[in-house]
Design a protein around this ligand. Structure first.
Ligand code: AMP
Length: 486
């Protein structure tokens, strides 16, 4: 592997126009509001456009999708209705995002067809779309393997293979599938590998499937060029517990009392199960909120604000409601019900253990669900580790872990021209609190939400109610009181 100096440690502005891109592509980028390259784009695009294989270290949000998308679009011949680029992603959620970004960037060219091929959707319509013809396929390794096995996807015309979030794919046990897919690609293709971390498996992939890959790494405070991430690879510890149906909801509290995760998403298969579980957890003293399709947008926002600002420790959600959530630092995922399809399970557990942190995925399975367990094990290529529920004792005194923060709702928001600084000012000024007592502030159209240290919440309500915000009296209450009243 040749290390490429990290040219982007300097914050110099690098316009897309310095790249060999067509005027139409440049105009489209301008229209998208991409005024200049992000550091990962500036580091990887010149090499990728020149046809080099790349190992790029990049996190989600860095602009990595455009870094590989612009390159694969550059090599694409729109007049040939064959799959010329394939992007492997760990989850359906990411595959959907990648597809959307490629479509946005492809607007500059003639009718480019991008297909998403993930599990959880029926095979046949995907096979029919493939038969009709596509230029680019984006999907999860398991489903792509299925299409290759059945001959519905052919890679003879492929010129770019992308492995996106390669470390997460390895964590999820997709190594064999990746290897099989890569073996079916033409040898003279370009391979672009993107990964947030560099576990040993990545070097192995590179040795097997890449041609003198250049390494690019753009990381604040990083040592540059070496390609070695300081963080350990993300790891997910998966444990499963066999339960009788009647035990299921109480089993969740046993898990929470034993493992004491600060933030958990508990996935249920139905809205009713979400409601029932929240009732059980609240009755036992946990701070839990439900997120499901019956909530109005405002309620959904309130739930997410409270979970994200550290004033709710358990979010009880359906898969659909949790789709698209970007919640960092999730210690634990609990599968209250086993998912009906294996890919959804992978998607659920992929929410923990991100970016180098150790994650914990706990699954409850009744005898009726063992078929699902088998399919998941097959997809992940590894078996569950089983533990007996009655061997888990509550730890640290056995009381439910309380979140550090509590959320207050203030009547008045963006439409009243309230800004975070106004709220912070009112709390640290007249009311006399320290800024360290105050957490995230979210402003919506008509309300503002401020997280404060849990033990101070009632006092903050009292002092703020007696004071003023932007010269006016303040109506403020704890969200928890609001819920109890409602
Ligand atoms: P990604 O890391 O690929 O998930 O991208 C994160 C977000 O940044 C996406 O919403 C992109 O549309 C956006 N983005 C990518 N490149 C640029 C750029 N050069 N300038 C502005 N936004 C960008």
């Amino acid at each position: 592997m040749s290390a490429v100096p990290d040219k982007n440690s300097s914050p110099a502005v690098r316009p897309f126009s310095e790249l060999p891109l067509s005027a139409a592509v440049l105009a489209n980028l301008e229209q998208l509001g991409y005024a200049q390259m992000t550091p990962i784009q500036a580091a990887s695009l010149p090499l990728a456009l020149a046809g080099r294989d790349l190992i790029a270290q990049a996190q989600t949000g860095s602009g990595k999708t455009a870094a590989f998308a612009l390159s694969l679009l550059h090599r694409l011949d729109a007049t040939r209705m064959e799959v010329q680029a394939l992007v492997l992603c760990p989850t359906r959620e990411l595959a959907d995002q990648v597809t959307q970004e490629i479509r946005r960037l492809a607007r500059a060219a003639d009718n480019i067809k991008v297909l998403t091929l993930c599990g959880g959707s029926p095979m046949r319509p995907q096979a029919e779309s493939l038969a009709y013809g596509a230029h680019i396929a984006v999907g999860t390794p398991g489903r792509l393997m299925d299409h290759l096995d059945r001959g519905t996807l052919q890679l003879g015309a492929l010129n770019t293979l992308v492995l996106d979030e390669a470390d997460r794919m390895l964590d999820m046990g997709f190594l064999d599938d990746i290897v099989k897919v890569a073996k079916q690609c033409p040898k003279d293709r370009q391979t672009l590998l993107f990964s947030a971390t560099y576990p040993e498996g990545i070097a192995e992939l590179a040795r097997q499937f890449m041609r003198e890959p250049a390494e690019v790494k753009v990381q604040a405070g990083g040592s540059g060029g070496s390609g070695q991430a300081a963080q350990a690879p993300a790891q997910i510890r998966q444990l499963a517990f066999e339960i009788a149906e009647a035990q299921r909801l109480h089993a969740v509290s046993s898990l929470l009392l034993h493992f004491r995760p600060a933030r958990t998403i508990a996935f249920c298969n139905t809205k009713q199960q979400c409601r029932d579980l929240v009732d059980v957890l609240l009755a036992q003293g946990f701070v839990a909120l439900a997120l499901h399709g019956d909530l109005e947008q405002r309620e959904r926002d309130q739930v997410l604000i409270q979970f994200a600002n550290g004033s709710c420790s358990v979010l009880v959600a359906t898969d659909v409601a949790a789709r698209g959530l970007d919640i960092a630092q999730l210690e634990c995922v609990i599968n209250v019900d086993m998912s009906q399809d294996a890919e959804a399970h992978v998607h659920r557990i992929g929410r923990t253990g991100r970016a180098g942190a150790q994650g914990l995925a706990l699954s409850l399975a009744s005898l009726d669900e063992m078929g699902r367990v088998g399919r998941i094990e097959q997809l992940l290529g590894r078996e569950f580790q089983w533990q007996a529920l009655d061997q888990l004792a509550p730890t640290e005194g056995g009381a439910p872990l309380q979140p550090a923060m509590d959320t207050l709702q203030i009547l008045g928001g963006r439409k009243d021209k309230i800004r975070p600084g106004d709220i912070l000012g009112a709390l640290t000024g007249e009311a006399g609190f320290e800024s360290a007592d105050i957490g995230k502030i979210n402003i919506t159209d008509f309300h503002s939400y401020v997280a404060v240290k849990r033990e101070l919440a009632r006092e903050v309500v009292k002092r703020l109610s007696n004071g003023k915000l932007k010269g006016r009296k303040v109506k403020v209450r704890r969200m928890a009181d609001l819920v109890e009243l409602g």
